[in-house]
Design a binder for this molecule. Sequence first.
Ligand code: ZN
Length: 69
Amino acid sequence: MKTMTCKSLGGPCEQKLSAGSWDEMVQTMTKHVMEKHPETAKAMEKMHNEDPKRWGRETKPKWEATPET
Ligand SMILES: [Zn+2]
């Protein structure tokens, strides 16, 4: 398991999110922003439509740098 904050994943709050894999973290974060930050979800969707790989490119290295717990 790795734990990252919403903020380190590009979101606006400090909530901790845990996942066992990168794919799971993407899903967890997506669900979190859709529930808690509709504006961020919209901005992320727009970013995804413009460049689908950008969020992963910017965020996955942080995931990889996070130690396993
Ligand atoms: Zn959040």
